[in-house]
Structures are given as C-alpha cells and as structure tokens.
Design a protein around this ligand. Sequence first.
Ligand code: ZN
Ligand code: ZN
Length: 279
Amino acid sequence: MRPIIENIGYQFGPGLAWLLTSVFIFLRYAIPASLVFLLIYKWKRKAWLSRKIQQKFPKTTQLRHEIAYSALTSFIFGGMAIGIFILRKLGYGELYFEIAEFGWGYYIFTVFFMIVAHDTYFYWVHRLMHHPKIFRYFHLVHHQSTNPTPYTSFSFHPLESVLEFAIIPVLTLVIPVHASAFFLFTLWSIFFNVLGHTGYEISPSGFTSHRFFKWLNTPTHHNMHHRYSHYNYSLYFNFWDRVMGTNHPEYDRQFEEVVTRTKIAPSPSRPLAQFPTSP
Ligand SMILES: [Zn+2]
Ligand SMILES: [Zn+2]
C-alpha cells in the first residue's frame, strides 16, 4: 500500500506532490489556528479577557506577518516531507504502512517515542537558536511576536523551518514508524503548538505546582518565553527547563496571577506586573 501523496508523485511528478503537501500542511495549521482565533479573539474576547495572559491585543500587521511566514514554513515543510518519500524510495527510512507488521504495542510506543525525542531535540535546538551569533538569522522572525497568537505557531524564518523539521526524517531513519503514527504525532505537535501560542491560559490554579501536571507546559510558560526571551525554552514537557534551571523564576507566580484574576476583566490598559527580562 502506497500513501496518496506518493501516488500523486508517481503520476504527476514531485512538483505537484510538493505543492499539494504544502497546501495540506498549511490548512492543517491554518484551520485549527483560525478556529481558536475566532473563538477566543472574537467571540469570547470580552468574556475570557481575564484569562488573556498579556492584556493587550495584537495588531493586524502582526497577524499578517505571522500568516505570511507560516505559508512559507508550510512550503518548506512540504518539500522536506517529500524528501522523506524520496529517501524511502532510495532505501533510507523506515516508514511502514501495515500495523500488523510490528503490532499495536510497538505502534503506541513509537508515538510516545517521537513526542519525547522531539521535546528533547526542540529544547536543545531552541537554546542553540538563542545564541547571540545566530539568533537573528534563525529565530528573530518567531520572536517578533512578543504577544503571540494562534497564528504565531508556524511563523518561522525559513532557516528555522528547516531546523524545526529536521528531526522528522531523522526519526524515520532511526526506528520504523507507521505512517498514521506519524500523523498522530504531528497532530499532537500542532495542537500543543497552537495552544501554547493562544495567549490565553486555560489550566486551573495549582497546575504548575501539582506533582504530575507541573511537568506539562502551559500557554503562560511559552507566552513568557515570547515576552522575556531568555527563559522557558522547552516545548511539551517542563522537564529540560527544570533540569537545566531555565524556567523563569516568576513562572509559577505569573501563572497564578493570570488564573486567579477576578472574573470581572481588568482594564486593557492596566499594566501587568513587570519581571526581569534577562538572566
Ligand atoms: Zn525562542
Ligand atoms: Zn513560540
């Protein structure tokens, strides 16, 4: 059994396969990001204002900038995804299509393996991109959104896009991965990424000090990364930031400040507490 995109590649050539894959990747980001945006930035804008981490709203120019770079990112991701199929055709990469080949236990293991491997890869590559010598060439575009929105989640410079995606072909070279397990992993990644950039906190009070839940990152965690830059580098889990001492010292306090705000929304002009911006 061959995946649809591989069949298109055989019938119409790699160019069309690249274009269709890029459009698919863009829609898979743009549809959930737009739904979340419409829900919380339009429909529930006033009702949920107390949960808005930074109390100001982004300008249209920021949204345009984010969507334009996200389209570029989708095109690069699409090309690199086609590269996985080309590698497979050349005999490299362990993508498989029959679950029975390795069983359900292995299938579930691979989904968790990819999430943990990606979390580790992201933390260290992210810290590397914050090195002063390369920051502006790779990561500045993403940080131009100091008050992120759901559309920020794919807003990368092309060089960062290549680094962000590079883990994917490496994973398929390391272990056999079922195509749908791969798809589940990317769904999880997009879900968490959009959630982390919403600019709204949805977790309950006590989440960041709970013995289990504190290991999971919150939207406040990544929002503080966009705002203060030199802390909170981790992606899904609050593991590497805790181990390496890079959690923002005010993370727990700011999280509680957001989730315990009065239901009567504060004024948008009300200044938030200021925290140090560098280590
Ligand atoms: Zn960063
Ligand atoms: Zn971000």
